[in-house]
Ligand binder design. Structure first.
Ligand code: SAH
Length: 433
């Protein structure tokens, strides 16, 4: 989501101020930091970076420095107190006002605007400019689930969906620029409820089927989902829409019912397993990845064991996992937490080790199979090779130097599996499409 927001900021300032991206901070007239506050570590990095930029501002007082994203949203005015070199503080929902903020800053008027003017920003952003065959598109933002560990509802606001017709206009703009794969984004993208011009509501399953009909778009992903409201129609989309990839990222956080309850996730482990089983019946080859939080306050050895059992049962592919990070203002920050950090870190290492083993096994199982790959470019390490992505989002390398393949789908017979990538042979007679 932040990557998408950053690219939209670049598009916007390209249009309004004819700005261009530069390679180093030293060359820049404006420096923007788009921040994340999901865990404490991400937040700390912000002030380290601002410290480095302060030296540049000392040399060039006209340099404009802006902090956007969720740390900005959470800290607001406090950012400028701690780092007075910052000229602009803006939130995820006010980034479309950057042109005005920059004009104000150039006149030495500091700006702090971290309000939530709902979905207004999308009406003020220019058509996206994309490079490459794969693009993100935000379709909803925010979260209304209020899990006890999470800052998102406070920093990004409650769930708001972009109108269906606006999303489709952007999808067509992407397709016109040669995009073949779209990744529909939202903090709980499965809760998408887009209004049409006629006042009807389109859910994510319907959106996916309409996007699949757009000429040129042949691969659809969606990130990230919540097991709640993972509806029957969305499950059915895996049966009905071949463009929807055989990869699902569905965060579960924990395999223990008591921890899920303490997190206020609103479901039990069985519900998660049942949904995955139904999807696997429709797509036996689907790979499932997840997010895990280890060491939530009160997590016992048995709770952790339950998470490991769930990992065993589902056989998750590459996942995101972190030690719980207490976030100011969230209910879980008030909970007693007796588990020592070294125990939490040990649990995380065990979990990650297991997921890596699973991922390697899944990679090895792909050997000998023919995979559809969206070619994204030439290998940086070995210019004799080209690379692309499989449906389950693995990098696949193959020997070839025909640049016209970039942005096209090809069939590759997988021959070797490495830890993070695969190697195979291009099957030209199976087509380039
Ligand atoms: N809305 C989805 C996905 C959220 S993505 C869901 O709730 O399942 C954000 C991810 O960041 C979460 O899945 C969680 O694993 C992680 N995260 C959020 N708050 C965290 C915290 N306080 N400590 C550690 N990880 C956290």
């Amino acid at each position: 989501m932040n990557e998408y927001d950053s690219s939209r900021m670049a598009d916007l300032l390209g249009d309004s101020h004819e700005m261009e991206l530069v390679d180093t901070p030293e060359e820049a007239d404006v420096l923007l930091l788009n921040t994340c506050s999901i865990r404490e570590k991400a937040q700390e990095k912000v002030f380290h970076q601002l410290g480095r930029w302060n030296k540049l501002k000392a040399k060039n007082p006209d340099l404009v420095i802006g902090v956007g994203g969720c740390v900005a949203s959470q800290e607001g005015e406090a950012i400028r107190k701690r780092a007075p070199q910052v000229d602009m503080v803006f939130g995820p929902q006010t980034l479309h006002r950057l042109p005005q903020f920059i004009d104000a800053s150039s006149n030495k008027i500091p700006v702090v605007d971290v309000t939530f003017p709902e979905i207004e920003k999308f009406d003020h952003l220019p058509a996206p400019k994309v490079e490459g065959a794969s693009a993100f598109i935000s379709v909803m933002e925010g979260c209304s689930k209020y899990c006890t560990f999470c800052v998102v509802p406070y920093t990004r606001g409650e769930e708001v969906s972009r109108p269906f017709d606006d999303v489709m206009v952007e999808i067509h703009q992407l397709a016109d620029q040669g995009v073949r794969e779209v990744n529909l984004l939202g903090q709980n993208v499965n809760c998408y409820q887009g209004q049409t011009k006629d006042g009807d509501i389109v859910d994510l399953a319907e959106l996916i089927s309409v996007v699949a009909d757009v000429d040129g778009i042949d691969r659809i992903r969606f990130t990230t989902s919540n097991p709640l409201e993972f509806t029957d129609s969305l499950i059915q989309a895996f049966a009905e829409v071949p463009e929807l990839v055989s990869h699902l990222h569905l965060p579960v956080q924990s395999g223990s019912n008591s921890i899920l309850a303490a997190m206020k996730r609103g479901h039990e482990v069985d519900m998660y397993i049942e949904k995955i089983q139904r999807i696997k019946q429709l797509r036996p080859d689907i790979s499932i990845s997840s997010d895990f939080i280890v060491g939530f306050p009160g997590e016992t050895d048995q709770d952790f064991e339950d998470t490991m059992n769930l990992i065993h049962e589902i056989g998750f592919d590459t996942s995101f996992s972190f030690v719980y990070s207490s976030r100011p203002g969230t209910p879980a920050a008030e909970l007693e937490d007796n588990t020592p950090m070294d125990v939490k870190k040990k649990r995380l290492a065990i979990l990650q080790d297991r997921i890596v083993q699973n991922a390697q096994q899944i990679g090895r199982r792909m050997v000998g199979k023919t995979e559809t790959i969206l070619v994204t470019g030439v290998s940086r390490k070995d210019p004799g090779k080209m690379m692309g992505r499989s449906e389950n989002n693995r990098s696949v390398y193959f020997h070839n130097d025909d640049q016209s393949l970039i942005g096209k789908f090809v069939k590759i017979k997988i021959e070797e599996a490495f830890t993070n990538s695969l190697y195979g042979q291009l099957l030209l007679d199976e087509g380039v499409f």
